[in-house]
Design a protein around this ligand. Structure first.
Ligand code: RUB
Length: 409
């Protein structure tokens, strides 16, 4: 048997391979470029190792099954991912490892990651997902509407909780810590969770259900302890910055039996991986990994409506990945956030549909009449779009929305 990683045209059995699509930029022809990746990431190296037998190659070697234009499709046999330990770090070390540094490739981007059932079943998947979040909030159909407490850092626990109270009185279903706030001296996690929990209880007594995601992003050896601290103090939801913490941190939380609240997943730092169209890892791949790791809601972008760089087709793809069938695991709630305000909600919801958590930080706290009015304006904008009514028309008899549109449009 000759060792050849090219198996162009071969139909791979999806239950037996982890299948990846890569976009490649190289002076090599696309078949050779694909060959280099398959070789590097499975049984090969830059030269032919004398220890590589035909038997090893045939069992563990990756296969390049498609190489067209600037795209290659490579299948890695599932045995390459076997074993009790390894997890998502091991998946990534194979499908997204050394290949990014190969000198023969000027750029390479992992666009899609298709996992077989046997791999997906090793992971917890979402505990709550879209349905669970809707149940917790008793909000069966409309989008969830939230805020991020602003400024990102600086508010002490009492003022922080006052913000949440005002947001709740304005009708928001969700609020959250920002990605940079964890346990700083001016707003320690324990005090913040305590104050916010009291506030959420008070809102509930007043007839309004709301949850707040507390950011517990920290080092691996501390994250379960941080979760316990937050839960002991009444946290109704936890948040992790999945890329700075690592997918394993998210999975550790999802698998811990004491973590019985939804997990909100922020993607801070993703732009370093996802933004370059010729190099990196797509948000679609990150979405797949967050869903299997057990996140309940994930930031996927605003379809061009907000402040962050967007590629609408990629964001739509992420929405599909979070909500399409994946071997029976729960659907994850797509979160749209970043530079949103009531004036852009109609356009956003045309793309997102109703299964979305819409969040505005500045678009609530920057309202000229304050947080409660800002929250009301967001709720009104979502209600309008839900009914297919433009924000301008709805604003004719909704004062807070009218003021928001005057301010930001
Ligand atoms: C929101 C904000 C978030 C973004 C990040 O604040 O800055 O961290 O959601 O972007 P504001 P993404 O509403 O004031 O802009 O959600 O795309 O990861």
């Amino acid at each position: 048997m000759t060792i050849d990683y090219l198996a162009l045209g071969e139909e791979l059995e999806p239950e037996e391979y982890v299948i990846c699509e890569y976009r490649v930029k190289s002076d090599l022809d696309i078949e050779t470029a694909g060959y280099r990746i398959a070789e590097e990431e499975s049984t090969g190296t830059w030269t032919h190792p004398t220890t590589l037998s035909d038997d090893i190659f045939s069992k563990y070697g990756a296969k390049v099954v498609k190489a067209e234009g600037d795209m290659v499709t490579i299948g890695y046999p599932i045995v390459d991912f076997s074993g009790e330990i390894g997890g998502i770090p091991q998946i990534l070390s194979i499908v997204a490892g050394n290949l990014f540094g190969l000198d023969s490739l000027k750029g390479v981007r992992l666009e899609e990651l298709q996992l077989p059932r046997v791999v997906v079943e090793r992971y917890p998947g979402p505990q709550f997902g879209i349905e669970g979040l809707r149940d917790v909030l008793d909000r069966p159909e409309k989008p969830l509407v939230g805020t991020i407490v602003k400024p990102k850092i600086g508010l002490p626990p009492k003022e922080f909780a006052d913000y949440v109270y005002e947001a709740g009185r304005g009708g928001l279903t969700n609020s959250k810590d920002d990605e940079t706030l964890v346990d700083q001296d001016f707003c320690p996690l324990e005090d913040r969770v305590n104050s916010v929990s009291e506030t959420l209880d008070r809102l509930e007594e007043e007839g309004h259900l709301m949850i707040h995601a507390h950011n517990i992003s920290t080092s691996a050896h501390e994250i379960l302890e941080a979760a316990d601290l937050a839960l002991e103090n009444g946290a109704r939801q936890l948040m992790v910055d999945v890329l700075t913490v690592g997918f394993s941190g998210l999975q550790a939380l999802a698998e811990d039996p004491s973590v019985d609240v939804p997990l909100h997943v922020h993607r801070a730092m993703h732009g370093a991986l996802t933004r370059n169209p010729e190099h990196g890892i797509s948000m679609a791949v990150i979405s797949t990994l967050c869903r299997i790791a057990g996140g309940d809601a994930l930031h996927i972008g605003t379809y061009g409506a907000g402040k962050m760089h967007a590629d609408i087709s990629h964001e739509l793809r992420c929405k599909d990945i979070l909500t399409q069938d994946m071997y029976g695991i729960k659907k994850m709630m797509p979160v749209s956030s970043g530079g949103l305000h009531p004036g852009v909600i109609f356009d956003l919801m045309e793309k997102s549909g109703n299964d979305v958590q819409i969040q505005a930080g500045g678009g609530v706290s920057g309202h000229p009449k304050g947080i409660r009015a800002g929250a009301k304006a967001m709720v009104q904008a979502v209600d309008a779009a839900y009914q297919g009514i433009s924000a301008e028309e709805y604003a004719e008899d909704h004062e807070e929305l009218r003021l928001a549109l005057e301010t930001w449009m």
